[in-house]
Design a protein around this ligand. Structure first.
Ligand code: BGC
Length: 379
């Protein structure tokens, strides 16, 4: 099959609600209107500037790009599909292909159309069926242009923030609903996977979960396992690949605080954790792996270059030891809307001036480009 392609994918990742702008018909926009989360508004205006943004990515040496499709644009009302939105994402995919970049498409990156929320969101067992219908339509549209599909982004991390911490909509802080939503997401994943795989056996459908490294070591193994693998392990027989999103060291009981070894958000930088997480993912999941996100908030771009270098070094070491890793996607291509934190965290390889929407390539993006170039040559 085409999947034997030995090429390694290098790129960056984004998600619809964080970059596009102009999305008003989903749970996050509604929560923002109620003053519960920051307003995304026009964000980076990537919806209108994707051509320019992909040209930058190409100039920066990327040969792949991960992005998500906004369900509330494709299906703004129950069962009504928007042809203009479908045409838009067709152009987005064509723009990547025209630049020789492989698209990796996420079908659900945390946002629900308002009508799905009104029907119960992930509390309801009906949502799996709605998701399946939407996914089927999208994959049917783009099946000839996209080989790599992510069904759900970080469902486990999302449940923790939506129903335990209560900072993402529906912000419920209800442990029973947390468990229900988690099981509904797992069921949704499995049923979407079964349907899509039976229709399109040549395409690859995966899952993505947030995985971190935990300190202290006391009790780590259990906690660590649940933190990283509860969802992936449940769906391990229903995926073609696993996407690992790795950001940080989690020190239990320690508050996030900026410092010499932390990001602007106070997340502790710990490249060795990536190698360890990849090894345990290989052991527990037994599927090809991609690093689907890895990055940091660093407005002054002081730590990003070294962060990238050190994490990629860990990844390449794991790869040499025989772990099947097929791509690395930095989070993010652009500065963007950071969910409950708003716009201040700066995750971009490319800086965005939110007033003028002007893009400026950060120096670390050039370092990443050099790493890509060297590794493509040495392959
Ligand atoms: C999410 C991204 C988010 C990033 C940084 C990941 O958990 O998938 O959407 O921006 O972390 O917080």
């Amino acid at each position: 099959t085409r999947y034997m392609d030995p090429q390694f994918y290098w790129g960056a990742a984004t998600a619809s609600y964080q970059v596009e702008g102009g999305i008003e018909n989903n749970d996050w926009a509604e929560a923002a209107r109620q003053g519960k989360v920051p307003v995304a508004g026009r964000a980076t205006d990537h919806y209108n500037r994707f051509q320019e943004d992909f040209s930058l990515a190409r100039q920066l040496g990327h040969n792949a790009h991960r992005f998500s499709i906004e369900w509330s644009r494709i299906e703004p009302e129950k069962g009504q599909f928007d042809e203009a939105a479908i045409a838009h994402y067709r152009e987005v995919i064509a723009a990547l292909r025209a630049r020789g970049m492989e698209p990796v498409v996420t079908l659900w990156h945390w946002t629900l159309p308002q009508w799905v929320v009104d029907a119960g969101g992930w509390d309801s067992e009906d949502t799996a069926g709605y998701l399946r219908r939407y996914c089927e339509r999208v994959v049917e549209e783009y099946k000839d242009e996209v080989r790599l599909w992510v069904i759900l982004n970080e469902p486990q991390y999302w449940v923790a923030h939506a129903y335990v911490k209560g900072v993402f909509p529906p912000a419920e802080r209800n442990i029973v609903h947390a468990l229900t939503a988690f099981l509904h997401l797992a069921e949704a994943h499995k049923s979407v996977y079964a349907r899509l795989k039976s229709l399109y056996p040549d395409l690859q459908f995966g899952a993505v979960e947030s995985m971190g490294w935990i300190e202290p070591a006391v009790g780590r193994w259990m906690l660590q396992w649940f933190r990283n693998f509860a969802f992936p392990f449940l769906v391990r027989r229903h995926i073609d690949f696993m996407g690992v999103n790795y950001y940080r060291l989690w020190r239990i009981g320690k508050k996030d605080a900026p410092g010499p070894h932390a990001s602007d958000m106070g997340w502790d930088i710990y490249p060795q954790g990536l190698g360890r997480v990849l090894k345990s993912a290989a052991r527990w999941i037994r599927k090809p792996l991609y690093i689907t996100e890895n990055g940091l908030a660093d407005a002054r771009d002081e730590k990003r270059a070294e962060f990238i270098r050190a994490h990629i070094a860990e990844m390449l070491k794991a790869k040499k030891e025989g772990i099947d890793i097929r791509g690395y996607f930095h989070w993010s291509l652009l500065d963007n809307f950071e969910w409950d934190s708003g716009f201040w965290p700066r995750f971009g390889l490319v800086e965005v001036d939110y007033r003028t929407k002007e893009r400026t390539v950060r120096p670390s993006a050039e370092i990443y480009k050099d790493i890509i170039k060297r590794s493509i040559i040495s392959n």
